[in-house]
Design a protein around this ligand. Sequence first.
Ligand code: SF4
Ligand code: SF4
Length: 366
Amino acid sequence: MTKVNPEFGRKLQKFGARTSYECFNCGNCTAVCPLSTNEAQFPRRFMRFVQLGLEDKIKRSLEPWLCYYCGDCQQTCPRQANPGEVMMSLRRYLTSVYDWTGLSRKLYTSMGWKVISVGVLFFLTLLVVYLFHGPIVTERVELETFAPAHIVHPVGYAFGAVLSFFLLSNVYRMYRFILGDMQGKIPASAYIRELVTLVLHFATQIRLRLCANKSRWLKHWLLMTGYFVAFMLVNVDIVSRWSLTNEPPAWWHPAKLLWSYASIAMLYVTTEAIIGRLRKKEPLHQYSHSTDWMFLILLWFTVATGLLVRIFMELHWPLPTYYTFALHLAFTVPLLGLEVPFTKWSHLAYRPFAMYFMRLKESASS
Ligand code: SF4
Ligand code: SF4
Protein backbone atom coordinates (compact mmCIF):
# COMPACT_ATOMS: atom_id res chain seq x y z
CA MET A 1 0.00 0.00 0.00
CA THR A 2 1.34 3.46 -0.94
CA LYS A 3 1.61 5.84 2.01
CA VAL A 4 0.80 9.52 1.43
CA ASN A 5 2.32 12.46 3.29
CA PRO A 6 0.11 15.52 2.66
CA GLU A 7 2.83 17.72 4.20
CA PHE A 8 5.53 16.55 1.79
CA GLY A 9 5.29 19.58 -0.54
CA ARG A 10 5.78 21.90 2.41
CA LYS A 11 8.69 19.78 3.65
CA LEU A 12 10.35 19.99 0.23
CA GLN A 13 10.16 23.79 0.28
CA LYS A 14 12.94 23.78 2.86
CA PHE A 15 15.11 21.98 0.30
CA GLY A 16 14.42 24.68 -2.31
CA ALA A 17 11.20 23.59 -4.12
CA ARG A 18 8.86 26.56 -3.70
CA THR A 19 6.87 26.21 -6.94
CA SER A 20 5.80 22.56 -7.21
CA TYR A 21 2.10 23.39 -6.60
CA GLU A 22 2.09 25.71 -9.63
CA CYS A 23 2.34 22.70 -11.97
CA PHE A 24 -0.88 21.71 -13.78
CA ASN A 25 0.63 18.60 -15.35
CA CYS A 26 0.67 19.63 -19.00
CA GLY A 27 3.76 17.48 -19.67
CA ASN A 28 5.73 20.07 -21.71
CA CYS A 29 8.75 19.63 -19.44
CA THR A 30 8.96 15.87 -19.97
CA ALA A 31 8.50 16.32 -23.72
CA VAL A 32 11.53 18.64 -23.98
CA CYS A 33 13.74 16.91 -21.41
CA PRO A 34 16.61 15.28 -23.35
CA LEU A 35 17.33 12.83 -20.53
CA SER A 36 13.83 11.54 -19.85
CA THR A 37 13.08 8.13 -21.41
CA ASN A 38 10.09 5.80 -21.55
CA GLU A 39 11.63 3.68 -18.78
CA ALA A 40 12.63 6.64 -16.59
CA GLN A 41 10.23 9.54 -17.08
CA PHE A 42 10.63 12.94 -15.44
CA PRO A 43 10.14 15.70 -14.40
CA ARG A 44 6.30 15.90 -14.83
CA ARG A 45 5.77 12.60 -13.03
CA PHE A 46 7.75 13.84 -10.04
CA MET A 47 5.93 17.17 -9.94
CA ARG A 48 2.80 15.05 -9.55
CA PHE A 49 4.37 12.83 -6.87
CA VAL A 50 5.28 15.93 -4.86
CA GLN A 51 1.77 17.38 -5.17
CA LEU A 52 0.22 14.06 -4.11
CA GLY A 53 2.65 13.65 -1.20
CA LEU A 54 4.03 10.30 -2.43
CA GLU A 55 7.08 10.53 -0.22
CA ASP A 56 7.73 6.79 0.01
CA LYS A 57 7.64 6.42 -3.75
CA ILE A 58 10.12 9.28 -4.14
CA LYS A 59 12.47 7.73 -1.57
CA ARG A 60 12.58 4.57 -3.67
CA SER A 61 13.12 6.41 -6.98
CA LEU A 62 16.37 6.92 -8.81
CA GLU A 63 15.04 9.26 -11.53
CA PRO A 64 15.91 12.48 -9.65
CA TRP A 65 19.58 11.45 -10.09
CA LEU A 66 19.14 11.06 -13.84
CA CYS A 67 18.32 14.78 -14.24
CA TYR A 68 21.48 16.85 -14.76
CA TYR A 69 19.79 20.21 -14.34
CA CYS A 70 20.45 21.42 -17.87
CA GLY A 71 17.52 23.80 -17.38
CA ASP A 72 15.83 23.06 -20.74
CA CYS A 73 12.49 22.28 -19.06
CA GLN A 74 12.40 25.55 -17.10
CA GLN A 75 11.92 27.58 -20.30
CA THR A 76 8.95 25.63 -21.61
CA CYS A 77 6.87 25.53 -18.44
CA PRO A 78 3.75 27.69 -18.94
CA ARG A 79 3.26 27.97 -15.17
CA GLN A 80 6.81 28.87 -14.08
CA ALA A 81 6.72 25.81 -11.85
CA ASN A 82 10.51 25.41 -12.31
CA PRO A 83 10.59 21.62 -12.75
CA GLY A 84 14.41 21.58 -12.97
CA GLU A 85 14.68 23.25 -9.57
CA VAL A 86 12.10 20.85 -8.10
CA MET A 87 14.21 17.91 -9.37
CA MET A 88 17.27 19.54 -7.78
CA SER A 89 15.37 19.91 -4.50
CA LEU A 90 14.43 16.24 -4.66
CA ARG A 91 18.12 15.36 -4.96
CA ARG A 92 18.85 17.46 -1.87
CA TYR A 93 15.98 15.78 -0.05
CA LEU A 94 17.16 12.28 -1.09
CA THR A 95 20.70 13.09 0.06
CA SER A 96 19.23 13.82 3.49
CA VAL A 97 17.22 10.57 3.38
CA TYR A 98 20.31 8.45 2.60
CA ASP A 99 22.40 10.15 5.29
CA TRP A 100 21.92 8.20 8.52
CA THR A 101 23.64 10.83 10.69
CA GLY A 102 20.94 13.48 10.12
CA LEU A 103 23.61 16.14 9.45
CA SER A 104 22.71 16.41 5.78
CA ARG A 105 19.10 17.37 6.60
CA LYS A 106 20.29 19.98 9.08
CA LEU A 107 22.78 21.47 6.60
CA TYR A 108 20.15 21.64 3.86
CA THR A 109 17.35 23.08 5.96
CA SER A 110 18.99 25.31 8.56
CA MET A 111 21.12 28.40 7.92
CA GLY A 112 22.33 28.27 11.53
CA TRP A 113 23.70 24.74 11.08
CA LYS A 114 25.51 25.73 7.90
CA VAL A 115 27.17 28.79 9.40
CA ILE A 116 28.09 27.07 12.66
CA SER A 117 29.39 23.87 11.00
CA VAL A 118 31.58 25.76 8.53
CA GLY A 119 32.73 28.21 11.23
CA VAL A 120 33.60 25.48 13.76
CA LEU A 121 35.60 23.42 11.24
CA PHE A 122 37.33 26.53 9.86
CA PHE A 123 38.48 27.91 13.23
CA LEU A 124 39.20 24.47 14.67
CA THR A 125 41.59 23.82 11.78
CA LEU A 126 43.32 27.17 12.34
CA LEU A 127 43.62 26.34 16.05
CA VAL A 128 45.18 22.95 15.29
CA VAL A 129 47.67 24.59 12.89
CA TYR A 130 48.47 27.25 15.51
CA LEU A 131 49.07 24.63 18.23
CA PHE A 132 50.95 22.02 16.19
CA HIS A 133 52.85 23.88 13.46
CA GLY A 134 56.62 23.44 13.28
CA PRO A 135 59.29 26.18 13.51
CA ILE A 136 58.68 29.28 11.37
CA VAL A 137 61.74 29.87 9.19
CA THR A 138 61.76 33.41 7.78
CA GLU A 139 65.09 33.45 5.84
CA ARG A 140 63.64 31.23 3.11
CA VAL A 141 60.47 29.23 2.43
CA GLU A 142 60.47 25.97 4.40
CA LEU A 143 56.89 24.78 4.12
CA GLU A 144 57.62 21.29 5.38
CA THR A 145 59.36 22.68 8.47
CA PHE A 146 56.23 24.76 9.17
CA ALA A 147 53.78 21.91 8.37
CA PRO A 148 55.65 18.64 8.97
CA ALA A 149 54.62 16.08 6.35
CA HIS A 150 54.80 13.22 8.90
CA ILE A 151 51.90 14.90 10.76
CA VAL A 152 49.88 16.43 7.90
CA HIS A 153 49.79 13.31 5.72
CA PRO A 154 48.59 10.74 8.30
CA VAL A 155 45.96 13.20 9.54
CA GLY A 156 44.87 13.65 5.90
CA TYR A 157 44.60 9.89 5.42
CA ALA A 158 42.55 9.45 8.59
CA PHE A 159 40.25 12.31 7.54
CA GLY A 160 39.82 10.72 4.09
CA ALA A 161 39.01 7.34 5.65
CA VAL A 162 36.30 8.87 7.88
CA LEU A 163 34.73 10.74 4.94
CA SER A 164 34.79 7.59 2.78
CA PHE A 165 33.06 5.64 5.52
CA PHE A 166 30.22 8.19 5.78
CA LEU A 167 29.81 8.50 2.01
CA LEU A 168 29.88 4.75 1.30
CA SER A 169 27.52 3.91 4.16
CA ASN A 170 25.09 6.50 2.70
CA VAL A 171 25.49 4.94 -0.77
CA TYR A 172 24.61 1.60 0.79
CA ARG A 173 21.42 3.12 2.23
CA MET A 174 20.61 4.52 -1.22
CA TYR A 175 20.97 0.97 -2.57
CA ARG A 176 18.60 -0.36 0.13
CA PHE A 177 15.98 2.29 -0.64
CA ILE A 178 16.10 1.74 -4.41
CA LEU A 179 16.76 -1.97 -4.74
CA GLY A 180 15.80 -3.29 -1.30
CA ASP A 181 12.69 -5.05 -2.66
CA MET A 182 14.50 -6.88 -5.44
CA GLN A 183 17.86 -7.79 -3.88
CA GLY A 184 17.31 -11.55 -4.28
CA LYS A 185 16.30 -11.20 -7.93
CA ILE A 186 19.51 -9.51 -9.13
CA PRO A 187 22.03 -12.03 -10.52
CA ALA A 188 25.43 -11.83 -8.76
CA SER A 189 27.17 -11.52 -12.13
CA ALA A 190 25.26 -8.27 -12.83
CA TYR A 191 26.94 -6.56 -9.85
CA ILE A 192 30.34 -7.24 -11.46
CA ARG A 193 29.35 -6.66 -15.09
CA GLU A 194 27.71 -3.31 -14.42
CA LEU A 195 30.75 -1.90 -12.63
CA VAL A 196 31.71 -0.65 -16.10
CA THR A 197 28.57 1.53 -16.05
CA LEU A 198 29.53 2.92 -12.67
CA VAL A 199 33.09 3.82 -13.70
CA LEU A 200 32.03 5.17 -17.10
CA HIS A 201 29.43 7.54 -15.68
CA PHE A 202 31.64 8.61 -12.80
CA ALA A 203 34.58 9.43 -15.08
CA THR A 204 32.73 11.02 -18.00
CA GLN A 205 29.36 12.39 -16.74
CA ILE A 206 28.42 11.43 -20.29
CA ARG A 207 24.64 11.83 -19.93
CA LEU A 208 25.10 15.57 -19.64
CA ARG A 209 26.22 15.58 -23.29
CA LEU A 210 22.62 14.80 -24.27
CA CYS A 211 21.58 18.28 -23.12
CA ALA A 212 21.24 21.05 -25.71
CA ASN A 213 23.95 23.18 -24.10
CA LYS A 214 27.14 21.11 -24.60
CA SER A 215 29.34 23.65 -22.78
CA ARG A 216 27.63 22.60 -19.56
CA TRP A 217 29.02 19.09 -19.96
CA LEU A 218 32.50 20.49 -20.62
CA LYS A 219 32.39 22.65 -17.48
CA HIS A 220 31.11 19.77 -15.40
CA TRP A 221 33.83 17.53 -16.78
CA LEU A 222 36.56 20.15 -16.13
CA LEU A 223 35.41 20.47 -12.53
CA MET A 224 35.23 16.73 -12.10
CA THR A 225 38.66 16.01 -13.65
CA GLY A 226 40.21 18.96 -11.79
CA TYR A 227 38.96 17.53 -8.52
CA PHE A 228 40.02 14.00 -9.42
CA VAL A 229 43.53 15.08 -10.49
CA ALA A 230 43.92 17.13 -7.30
CA PHE A 231 42.77 14.17 -5.20
CA MET A 232 45.24 11.82 -6.91
CA LEU A 233 48.10 14.31 -6.59
CA VAL A 234 47.52 14.76 -2.88
CA ASN A 235 47.84 10.99 -2.47
CA VAL A 236 50.85 10.65 -4.79
CA ASP A 237 52.47 13.57 -3.01
CA ILE A 238 52.55 11.58 0.19
CA VAL A 239 55.02 9.22 -1.51
CA SER A 240 56.88 11.56 -3.87
CA ARG A 241 56.96 14.65 -1.64
CA TRP A 242 57.06 17.37 -4.31
CA SER A 243 54.51 19.75 -2.81
CA LEU A 244 54.75 19.69 0.97
CA THR A 245 58.52 20.04 0.89
CA ASN A 246 61.29 22.54 1.56
CA GLU A 247 62.74 22.00 -1.92
CA PRO A 248 60.00 22.23 -4.55
CA PRO A 249 60.88 20.95 -8.04
CA ALA A 250 60.94 23.15 -11.17
CA TRP A 251 57.67 24.48 -12.66
CA TRP A 252 57.80 21.95 -15.54
CA HIS A 253 57.66 18.96 -13.16
CA PRO A 254 54.72 16.79 -14.45
CA ALA A 255 52.99 16.81 -11.08
CA LYS A 256 53.23 20.61 -10.95
CA LEU A 257 51.77 20.94 -14.43
CA LEU A 258 48.93 18.62 -13.50
CA TRP A 259 48.33 20.58 -10.32
CA SER A 260 48.15 23.79 -12.36
CA TYR A 261 45.58 22.15 -14.63
CA ALA A 262 43.46 21.08 -11.65
CA SER A 263 43.63 24.52 -10.00
CA ILE A 264 42.85 26.49 -13.17
CA ALA A 265 40.03 24.13 -14.22
CA MET A 266 38.32 24.29 -10.82
CA LEU A 267 38.86 28.04 -10.40
CA TYR A 268 37.50 28.78 -13.88
CA VAL A 269 34.34 26.67 -13.47
CA THR A 270 33.68 27.93 -9.94
CA THR A 271 34.17 31.60 -10.87
CA GLU A 272 31.92 31.18 -13.89
CA ALA A 273 29.22 29.53 -11.75
CA ILE A 274 29.40 32.30 -9.13
CA ILE A 275 29.05 35.00 -11.81
CA GLY A 276 26.20 33.04 -13.45
CA ARG A 277 24.31 32.75 -10.18
CA LEU A 278 24.77 36.45 -9.45
CA ARG A 279 23.54 37.45 -12.94
CA LYS A 280 20.69 34.88 -12.94
CA LYS A 281 20.40 34.93 -16.73
CA GLU A 282 20.53 31.19 -17.47
CA PRO A 283 17.54 29.12 -16.26
CA LEU A 284 19.72 26.84 -14.16
CA HIS A 285 21.26 29.84 -12.38
CA GLN A 286 18.01 31.57 -11.48
CA TYR A 287 17.46 29.76 -8.20
CA SER A 288 20.28 29.27 -5.73
CA HIS A 289 19.88 27.35 -2.51
CA SER A 290 22.11 28.47 0.35
CA THR A 291 24.05 25.17 0.05
CA ASP A 292 24.89 26.05 -3.58
CA TRP A 293 26.60 29.20 -2.31
CA MET A 294 28.25 27.34 0.54
CA PHE A 295 29.77 24.87 -1.94
CA LEU A 296 30.93 27.47 -4.46
CA ILE A 297 32.45 29.80 -1.86
CA LEU A 298 34.30 27.03 -0.02
CA LEU A 299 35.60 25.51 -3.26
CA TRP A 300 36.66 28.87 -4.69
CA PHE A 301 38.64 29.83 -1.57
CA THR A 302 40.16 26.36 -1.22
CA VAL A 303 41.48 26.40 -4.79
CA ALA A 304 42.50 30.08 -4.73
CA THR A 305 44.47 29.75 -1.49
CA GLY A 306 46.12 26.55 -2.78
CA LEU A 307 47.21 28.40 -5.91
CA LEU A 308 48.47 31.36 -3.85
CA VAL A 309 50.59 29.06 -1.67
CA ARG A 310 52.46 27.85 -4.74
CA ILE A 311 52.82 31.38 -6.14
CA PHE A 312 54.25 32.64 -2.82
CA MET A 313 56.64 29.67 -2.75
CA GLU A 314 57.89 30.54 -6.24
CA LEU A 315 58.34 34.16 -5.12
CA HIS A 316 60.27 32.99 -2.02
CA TRP A 317 57.92 34.77 0.41
CA PRO A 318 58.04 32.67 3.61
CA LEU A 319 55.37 34.24 5.85
CA PRO A 320 52.66 34.67 3.16
CA THR A 321 53.31 31.02 2.17
CA TYR A 322 52.79 29.71 5.73
CA TYR A 323 49.73 31.87 6.54
CA THR A 324 48.06 31.13 3.22
CA PHE A 325 48.74 27.42 3.69
CA ALA A 326 47.00 27.58 7.09
CA LEU A 327 44.03 29.33 5.44
CA HIS A 328 44.05 26.75 2.65
CA LEU A 329 43.68 23.94 5.21
CA ALA A 330 40.98 25.91 7.05
CA PHE A 331 38.87 26.09 3.85
CA THR A 332 39.69 22.53 2.74
CA VAL A 333 38.47 20.85 5.94
CA PRO A 334 34.86 22.19 5.88
CA LEU A 335 34.73 21.80 2.09
CA LEU A 336 35.61 18.12 2.19
CA GLY A 337 34.14 17.35 5.61
CA LEU A 338 30.68 18.76 4.84
CA GLU A 339 30.34 18.58 1.06
CA VAL A 340 31.70 15.11 0.25
CA PRO A 341 29.52 12.92 2.49
CA PHE A 342 26.61 15.23 3.38
CA THR A 343 25.76 17.79 0.69
CA LYS A 344 26.53 18.81 -2.88
CA TRP A 345 29.69 16.84 -3.63
CA SER A 346 28.04 13.57 -2.59
CA HIS A 347 25.93 13.97 -5.78
CA LEU A 348 29.06 13.13 -7.77
CA ALA A 349 28.84 9.65 -6.24
CA TYR A 350 25.04 9.27 -6.19
CA ARG A 351 24.61 10.00 -9.93
CA PRO A 352 26.84 7.18 -11.27
CA PHE A 353 25.50 4.83 -8.58
CA ALA A 354 21.96 5.65 -9.78
CA MET A 355 22.98 4.53 -13.29
CA TYR A 356 24.55 1.39 -11.80
CA PHE A 357 21.41 0.62 -9.77
CA MET A 358 19.22 1.23 -12.84
CA ARG A 359 21.17 -1.41 -14.77
CA LEU A 360 20.88 -3.82 -11.81
CA LYS A 361 17.14 -3.18 -11.73
CA GLU A 362 16.91 -3.96 -15.45
CA SER A 363 18.89 -7.18 -15.01
CA ALA A 364 16.49 -8.23 -12.21
CA SER A 365 13.46 -7.84 -14.41
CA SER A 366 14.95 -9.30 -17.62
S1 SF4 B 1 6.17 21.61 -14.53
FE1 SF4 B 1 5.31 23.05 -16.00
S2 SF4 B 1 5.72 22.10 -17.99
FE2 SF4 B 1 5.98 20.49 -16.45
S3 SF4 B 1 3.98 19.50 -16.32
FE3 SF4 B 1 4.03 21.10 -14.77
S4 SF4 B 1 3.11 22.90 -15.71
FE4 SF4 B 1 3.67 21.49 -17.36
S1 SF4 C 1 16.68 20.17 -15.86
FE1 SF4 C 1 17.19 19.23 -17.83
S2 SF4 C 1 17.57 17.08 -17.32
FE2 SF4 C 1 16.51 17.98 -15.59
S3 SF4 C 1 14.36 17.53 -15.92
FE3 SF4 C 1 14.76 19.56 -16.79
S4 SF4 C 1 15.24 19.22 -18.92
FE4 SF4 C 1 15.41 17.25 -17.87
